[in-house]
Design a protein around this ligand. Structure first.
Ligand code: GLU
Length: 372
């Protein structure tokens, strides 16, 4: 391995529970140390590494000697609270073998939803990296409930990659990558080594695959890859047990499935609109408006809106869908759902007389919209 061939400056490495436990029900420290060796050699070669780790709940179960607990949210939080401290202790000890420090960042969706908190998390990540400290990220499972969670660490790691402006995201799992058929059912299934475009066909291929104890599967990995590549981040999905996989991925050796980044990545604010907030509702557009928004890059005007779904306020993020429910864009709205119900189909000249206020012609301005 020639580390002088490194193609990336800053990388996010996501390790799934199945990688950390090697498919067992406890942390495989021998394997973790091997992964730490690879990440440390990258750091020494001048690549900044951000680690997104799963395994808190698995580590909690192991530390408490596999207690019989009811499957409730509070018990999962309990396991995560115990396990996260064990997990960070393990990482901290292992990286210290290589003379490296780690810093822990526990995030929830709320930290990414609010633009200011998002920027604060970004400052923290950059400050750690500037001191040569490895940021270790996980979801704050001890306090997060389903509503405020990102939910899986594939998506969390993609958001982390955007946050710290990484050039590569490596998603390590128990599969060698994405296959052109289900390898468990079809012996002729072939590994897809390069993906230039994520389409419905690929999503269907990724649909069913789940892995071990973790939350995600290939579907969440594909979601993560899509978010990252739109922000200009390359993505590799590979097996966490493939020899020297991290070094190979970063040195551009042929390993796993490689997703190319889009040539014209979204600017920072649009990246946040795509990856940060949950959508609070939907606007249903007629065909002309869908075309104006997606093909001509226009702002969304009230005239082309046929329906409003959900209750939302000015500033919330919405899905923009066609009459079949297919999502075409995501954007921050300038009028509340109550307002839009009154002005949809109307011309903007009438806003003031109908609403008593006027926030401009665009219901969603093109600068606040990401076309998918
Ligand atoms: N945050 C979870 C944990 O550490 C993992 C989520 C996932 O597997 O994607 O246990």
């Amino acid at each position: 391995m020639n580390l002088s061939e490194i193609g990336y400056r800053r990388v996010v490495i996501k390790l799934g529970t199945s990688v950390l436990t090697s498919g067992s029900d406890r942390l495989d420290k021998a394997h973790m140390v091997e992964l730490v060796r690879q990440m440390s050699s990258l750091m020494k070669a001048g690549v900044e590494v951000v680690l997104c780790t799963s395994g808190a709940i698995a580590a909690g179960r192991e530390h408490l000697k596999f207690p019989t607990l009811q499957d409730t949210m509070a018990n999962k939080q309990l396991l995560a609270a115990v396990g996260q401290s064990q997990l960070i202790l393990a990482w901290s000890e292992l990286f210290s073998l290589y003379g490296l420090h780690v810093g822990q960042l526990l995030l929830t969706r709320a930290d990414l939803q609010d633009r200011e908190r998002y920027l604060n998390a970004r400052d923290s990540l950059n400050a750690l990296l500037a001191q040569g400290i490895i940021p270790i990220i996980n979801e704050n499972d001890a306090v997060a409930t389903a509503e405020i969670k990102v939910g899986d660490n594939d998506n969390l790691s993609a958001r982390a990659a955007l946050l710290c402006d990484a050039s590569l995201l490596v998603l390590l799992t128990d599969q060698p990558g994405l296959f052109d058929a289900d390898p468990r059912k079809n012996p002729d299934a072939k590994l897809i080594s390069e993906v230039a475009n994520i389409d419905d066909n690929l999503r269907k291929l990724a649909g069913g695959a789940v892995s071990g104890l973790g939350t995600g599967g290939m579907a969440t990995k594909l979601e993560a890859a899509d978010i990252a590549r739109r922000a200009g981040v390359e993505v590799i999905i590979a097996s966490g047990h493939h020899g020297n996989v991290i070094e190979k991925a970063v040195c551009k050796y042929d390993v796993g499935t490689h997703f190319f980044a889009l040539k014209n990545p979204l600017e920072s604010r649009k990246q946040w609109i795509l990856a940060g907030p949950n959508t609070k509702g939907k606007l249903v557009l007629d065909e002309g408006a869908v075309n104006a928004v997606t093909l001509k890059g226009r702002s969304l005007l009230s005239k082309g809106i046929k329906g409003v779904v959900g209750i939302f306020q000015r500033g919330d993020t919405l899905a923009i869908v066609d009459s079949d429910g297919k999502m075409h864009a995501k954007g921050m709205v300038r009028y509340s759902s109550d307002d839009i119900k009154k002005i949809m189909g109307k011309h903007s000249d009438e806003f003031e007389s109908i609403l008593g206020h006027d926030y401009g012609d665009a219901v969603i301005h093109r600068n606040d919209m990401v076309v998918l």
